[in-house]
Design a protein around this ligand. Structure first.
Ligand code: GTP
Ligand code: MG
Length: 230
């Protein structure tokens, strides 16, 4: 895919914000508090990519809902699941191996890969914080991210990473985990916020070619839908 190519998320308000969809030559980071819709957005894009016939490499540290995945778009599981290569690491070491395997599969080219997801990139890293292994974990994570950036650029596929948040007690605000290297490595950064009920806001914090802005979407039983312009 060319540098200007986009992979639509399928959520019209988010696609408008992104100028058509996810970039195919760089990493997109989603961050936000629990329940803000990070996993649902990953599943929405993944189901769409698989439906269109490309493979999805999905690294899931939190127990993704396959039932939820197959309810998106109302398609029978057999049209979506065969294109999924799912990995469920149980430690940062296993995550590192899963990322290496996914990058090798994407580079190998034996299957047409259309999307690589890591949800959540920082779950195991978070567990290491304030522990003796924190520095090793940060290094492992930064090497993973560097490989993911490289594979996105060289193969031309979107890489979607989710990131957890912590509350900065000095400012009272929620900040992305994972340190500044992740914020530099990600070419696009979207912050998701909870609104009342099923409504959610998505804020475009960083993009190479789009202005900052925000949009809304809603969570429904069959997936995410446009919430209209902000
Ligand atoms: P963490 O992984 O915990 O950080 O959260 P997340 O940002 O990944 O949130 P996720 O994508 O799992 O969003 C779950 C949200 O969707 C929760 O608030 C659920 O209550 C909501 N949800 C799940 N299914 C439905 C549904 O069918 N209808 C509605 N309205 N909400 C739903
Ligand atoms: Mg999640």
């Amino acid at each position: 895919m060319s540098g200007d190519a986009r992979v639509p998320t399928g959520v019209a308000s988010i696609d408008r914000l992104l100028g058509g969809g996810l970039e195919t030559d760089g990493v997109t980071e989603l961050y936000g508090e629990g329940g803000s819709g990070k996993t649902l957005l990953c599943l929405e894009v993944a189901a769409r990519v698989a439906r269109e016939g490309a493979w999805v490499l999905y690294i899931d540290t939190e127990g993704v809902s396959l039932e939820r995945l197959t309810s998106i778009g109302g398609l029978p599981p057999e049209t979506v699941l065969p294109r999924f290569l799912l990995s469920a690491p149980k430690s940062l070491e296993e995550q590192t191996r899963a990322v290496a395997t996914a990058c090798a599969l994407a580079r190998g080219g034996s299957r047409p890969v259309g999307l690589l997801v890591v949800d959540s990139l920082t779950y195991f890293y978070r567990l290491s914080l304030a522990e003796p292994e924190e520095d090793d974990a940060r290094l492992a994570l930064s090497l993973e991210v560097a490989d993911l950036v490289a594979v996105s650029r060289s193969v031309g596929i979107p890489v979607l990473l989710t990131n957890q948040v912590w509350r900065n007690l000095r400012t009272g605000g929620l900040e992305a985990l994972g340190g500044s290297f992740l914020n530099h490595a990600a070419k696009s950064i979207l912050r998701l916020e909870r609104l009342p009920g099923a409504r959610r806001r998505v804020v475009l914090e960083k993009h190479r070619s789009r202005p900052e802005g925000s949009a809304e979407f809603r969570i429904t039983s069959t997936g995410l839908v446009d919430g209209g312009p902000d």
